[in-house]
Design a protein around this ligand. Structure first.
Ligand code: SF4
Length: 352
C-alpha cells in the first residue's frame, strides 16, 4: 500500500496554525508541572516558545487543571493541547477553557458515548483531537500480546478510535503511536502512514534521561522523518521540556527539514589538540542558541585539519599552541590568543 508522505496528509487547524499537508514539521513538548500552578506553567510554556516550541501540551488530571487552562491560554502565544486520560469530562472542561486541541488515549477514555460528547464539542469549537496511543495503555480488547506490544496493535488501537470519530463526521484528527521500543514504533508509524491520511505526531515514549533518550528518540524519529513521515515531533526526555525543544530543533536542522537553528561543528579532539576546546565549543553553542544565530560555526582542535574538516562552516576557529586562528570558508582571517578567542569569534560571527 502506498504511504502518505507528510505533504499528502490532511491539513488540520490548531489555534492560529495549520498542521499537516505542506506545513512545516511542528516542534512540541509537554509541561512537567501540575497544570493548576498557572504562573509556573505559563513561565515554562513561554520559555519553550522562545526556544522554538510550536505547540505545548499540559496534563489535565482534575477539574482544577482543566479550569486553569483558561488563565494559561490568556498568557501564552502558542496553541495549548490538553492531555486527557480516563475522564472525558476533563476534555469537555478543557475545551471550554480554551484548549486548542485535546489528546485522548483510546485505551482509557471509556465508552463511545463519552467520546461522542467530546467529538460534538470539538466540532462546534473547530478544534482537533489527537488520538494518542501508548504501548503502556493500549486498548485492552486489542492487546493480546504476552510480551511487548506489537506495531499492528498500536495501529489497530488508533484505527478503532479513528472509525468512531469518523462515524460522527469528525476528521480533524492527529495520530500518535508511541511505543517504547524503537523498531516497533517505526513499524507502527510506517503502517499508519499507509493506512491514514491524517497528520502523524512522532515520538518514542519513556525514552529515558537525556543521554539515553536523545539516542533512543533520534533512532526512532529520524528514519521516519527521512522517509517523509511525521508532521510534528516530540523528543520525550526525563528532563526539562526546554531540553526537549532544543533537541527537536537540532534534529530537524540536522535532517535538513527545518533550517531555523544554529549549527555547531566541533571536532572530538585528539592528540593534536593543544587548546581547551570543549568549554569553548559549549560556550559558542549556547551563544548561538540564545541569540538565534542560524549560522554554521566550527570550533576545531587543530590548524592542520580543522579548517579543511569544517569546510561547510560559515565561520570557525581552530586551535594552535595556546592560540587560535579564525577562518571563513577555509581562509584564515586572524590569529587570536586563547583568552580572547570567544569574544573575537563572536565579533566575527556577528559581522558575517
Ligand atoms: S580537527 Fe585536528 S584536533 Fe580535531 S580531531 Fe581532527 S585532527 Fe584532531
Amino acid at each position: 500500500m502506498k504511504m502518505h508522505h507528510r505533504s499528502e496528509t490532511r491539513k488540520i487547524k490548531i489555534g492560529r496554525y495549520y498542521l499537516g499537508g505542506s506545513e512545516r514539521v511542528f516542534i512540541q513538548s509537554m509541561c512537567n508541572i501540575k497544570t493548576s500552578k498557572v504562573d509556573e506553567v505559563v513561565k515554562q510554556i513561554n520559555e519553550c516558545a522562545i526556544l522554538g516550541a510550536d505547540l505545548m501540551r499540559v496534563s489535565v488530571l482534575d477539574m482544577e487543571d482543566a479550569k486553569a487552562i483558561k488563565d494559561i491560554v490568556s498568557q501564552i502565544n502558542i496553541p495549548l493541547i490538553a492531555d486527557i486520560h480516563f475522564d472525558y469530562k476533563l476534555a469537555i472542561e478543557s475545551i471550554n477553557s480554551g484548549a486548542a486541541a485535546v489528546r485522548l488515549n483510546p485505551g482509557n477514555i471509556g465508552s463511545e458515548e463519552n467520546v461522542r460528547q467530546v467529538v460534538e464539542l470539538c466540532k462546534e469549537k473547530q478544534i482537533p483531537i489527537r488520538i494518542g496511543v501508548n504501548s503502556g495503555s493500549i486498548d485492552k480488547n486489542i492487546n493480546n500480546s504476552t510480551d511487548k506490544v506489537k506495531a499492528k496493535e498500536l495501529v489497530a488501537s488508533a484505527e478503532k478510535m479513528v472509525k468512531t470519530l469518523e462515524k460522527y463526521g469528525f476528521y480533524d484528527i492527529v495520530i500518535s503511536l508511541k511505543g517504547s521500543h524503537v523498531k516497533e514504533t517505526i513499524e507502527a508509524y510506517r503502517l499508519a502512514a499507509e493506512k491514514f491520511d491524517y497528520p502523524l505526531h512522532l515520538g518514542i515514549t519513556e525514552a529515558g534521561p537525556k543521554d539515553i533518550g536523545l539516542i533512543r528518540s533520534t533512532a526512532g524519529i529520524a528514519p521516519l522523518l527521512l522517509d517523509g513521515i511525521g508532521n510534528t515531533i516530540r523528543i520525550s526526555l526525563s528532563d526539562e521540556p526546554q531540553e526537549e525543544v532544543r533537541a527537536c530543533r537540532r534534529l530537524l536542522k540536522d535532517l535538513d527539514i527545518r533550517n531555523d537553528y544554529p549549527n555547531l561543528i566541533s571536532c572530538p579532539t585528539c592528540g593534536r589538540t593543544q587548546v581547551n576546546l570543549v568549554p569553548l565549543a559549549k560556550q559558542v553553542l549556547k551563544y548561538l542558541e540564545e541569540n538565534h544565530i542560524n549560522k554554521t560555526v566550527a570550533v576545531m582542535g587543530c590548524i592542520v585539519n580543522g579548517p579543511g574538516e569544517a569546510k561547510r562552516a560559515d565561520i570557525g576557529c581552530a586551535g594552535g599552541k595556546g592560540q587560535w586562528v579564525i577562518f571563513k570558508k577555509e581562509t584564515i582571517i586572524k590569529t587570536v590568543s586563547d583568552e580572547n578567542i570567544f569574544g573575537e569569534l563572536i565579533k566575527e560571527i556577528n559581522k558575517y
